[in-house]
Design a protein around this ligand. Sequence first.
Ligand SMILES: NC(=O)c1ccc[n+]([C@@H]2O[C@H](COP(=O)([O-])OP(=O)(O)OC[C@H]3O[C@@H](n4cnc5c(N)ncnc54)[C@H](OP(=O)(O)O)[C@@H]3O)[C@@H](O)[C@H]2O)c1
Length: 332
Amino acid sequence: MRKLLLITSLLLPLSGFGQDTPTMLAIQIAEFGEPGVLRVREIPRPAPGPREILLRVHAAAVNPVDTSVREGRAGGLSGAELPYIPGFDVSGVVAVTGPGVTRFQFGDEVFAMLDLRRGGGYAQYVIVKETEAASKPARVGHAEAAAIPLVALTAWQALFEVAKLQEGQTVLIHAGAGGVGSVAVQLAKWRGARVIATASDYNQEFLREIGVDVPVDYRNQRFEDFARDVDVILDPIGGETQVRSLQILKEGGTLVSIVGLTPEGRRPGRNVNATSILVQANGEQLGQIGELIENGTLEPIVSYRFPLEQGPQAHEQSQTRRTRGKIVFEIE
Ligand SMILES: NC(=O)c1ccc[n+]([C@@H]2O[C@H](COP(=O)([O-])OP(=O)(O)OC[C@H]3O[C@@H](n4cnc5c(N)ncnc54)[C@H](OP(=O)(O)O)[C@@H]3O)[C@@H](O)[C@H]2O)c1
């Protein structure tokens, strides 16, 4: 199968469904279900519309939401219509520019988070709106760049837009070793905050390496013993973790959940703020994030690299919820 795909991809520039219809390889799901529904198919290559670019994708990252979309559990997000190509994070090279594109030209290296209602990143080519993209930081490869957009925009919007994290404040970041958490830690340190973060025992040293001031082993320690009067909390866990977290917020402090609010979160009963957010694609913010990668402030963390044919394995790894940093498809 792999050999066949390789041959198909080598022949791609010469092949097609019709003479004028170039094709591409993509992971396309024809039905919702288990990881096995992620299959590589040869399908027509899309064409960009006004203010859109066609990106030759070199890497696409996996996010937990992709597994929800695959299972048909993503509600009003993307994937409502089958067949569907998952993937919201991409890095690659501009292959075609649509009418009215002014910020990018053929051959530019860009990275992007695609709108959650669209997706399409697990493919050799994808349509990217000009407003979703930013110049790829030259210091890192495509895999590292693709590991950034969705998680960094989530952390940026939660910490800076909603919670307005300031220099000198204390922030508690749950799941500090995960995709969102490991970027949130680095962004909070850049802002000048004191960072407390939770992870398992085997990730305690990793938390220190990425800048955490107070690592907490959440399986063997209570974070309440290390964090009190906290200004800001980032919650990628929910449930009991969220309920307990509300108790250690300072008066007027803010908890931002990215997995939804519990009943206690909706009515905290104290003078604290609790909000739930859904990340939005934003090329302008991604440009600022790209500069932080370029100057070495933010290091992308890629733990697993898969070829497109190993879609099921990539999703199985994501579903362990034990991944450090990110899982990325490298796409030839
Ligand atoms: N609302 C939004 O816009 C938005 C955006 C992005 C993500 N999300 C959601 O946020 C969640 C996290 O996303 P992600 O990409 O960071 O996931 P991820 O990379 O899969 O998270 C894995 C990490 O979670 C840690 N972890 C698991 N259970 C934990 C617990 N009880 N306490 C502390 N750490 C724990 C693990 O650390 P150990 O192995 O050390 O335990 C692992 O490193 C997902 O549910 C995702 O769907 C929402």
